[in-house]
Unconditional design. Structure first.
Length: 255
């Protein structure tokens, strides 16, 4: 796959640039998330890959850019940013909503003849496993309470009115995108798919994670780690080691 997004793209952040990368990993944030969530990931993996992190519209340095509350539109926009350029093997990694978005981007890239090295789908049920809890239509208090319980974020932090005022529009837009997404049947991916999940994730059952195997004609593997929905935050060492090992194996032809 050829993918070398311009350094000036508002969509792409390189926290730890690599002059001559052997492999790239494009990271897709979760609903309500921003590029900074992946700073520790980029730091740890910088010896194994150049990490590019997506910055969705409406947050941090793009807070004045209108939200995109539709997975299809987001996927089209991200695909336009990633296609073309320097020929470097590039894998996609998405967590939660980001996994769904990464899957849709992988589909588009394969149609363009730019096959990703792999898709890492973290903390997300398979695309056709619909679960609309209506959270994007819920009250502010209900949405904040859900996020706090899911992420383990202290409620005292989310009771700060300035923080709530800043994060609520982002959360509601992203939850609308995630909850209104509907998988459209089509050709399977040909790249490997790795499903990563926490053993105590209330959002993803074992069967829902296993179902990712039906979306690729390439290799599939599911890996279960200790933790809940944000197992990458609470215990990052093993998941990051796993991703680094898979990337090394894929680029060396031993996967």
């Amino acid at each position: 796959m050829a993918a070398a997004p311009a350094a000036t793209s508002p969509w792409i952040i390189r926290f730890h640039p690599v002059p001559e990368p052997r492999v790239r990993l494009v990271c897709f944030p979760h609903a309500g998330g921003s590029a900074s969530y992946y700073f520790p990931v980029s730091r740890v993996l910088s010896s194994a890959a150049e990490v590019l992190v997506l910055q969705y519209p409406g947050r941090q340095d793009r807070r004045d850019t209108p939200f995109i509350d539709n997975i299809t539109e987001l996927a089209d926009a991200v695909t336009a940013e990633l296609r073309g350029g320097q020929d470097v093997p590039t894998a996609l990694f998405g967590h939660s909503m980001g996994a769904t978005l990464a899957f849709e981007v992988a589909r588009r890239l394969e149609r363009l003849g730019e096959k990703p090295l792999a898709l890492f789908a973290s903390g997300r049920r398979a695309p056709a496993e619909v679960k609309d809890e209506g959270l994007h239509k819920s009250s502010d208090a209900e949405l904040i309470d859900h996020v706090a319980r899911l992420s383990g974020t202290g409620m005292e932090v989310l009771r700060d009115p300035d923080i709530v005022r800043m994060v609520l529009p982002v959360l509601r837009s992203d939850y609308r995108a995630a909850e209104t997404y509907r998988y459209q049947p089509g050709e399977k991916l040909t790249c490997p798919v790795y499903a990563l999940t926490g053993d105590n994730d209330p959002q993803v059952s074992t069967d829902e994670a296993d179902a990712w195997t039906h979306y690729t004609d390439g290799p599939f593997e599911k890996k279960v780690f200790d933790g809940g929905h944000f197992f990458f935050t609470t215990g990052p060492e093993k998941p990051l080691a796993y991703v680094a090992e898979r990337l090394t194996a894929l680029t060396s032809g031993t996967a």
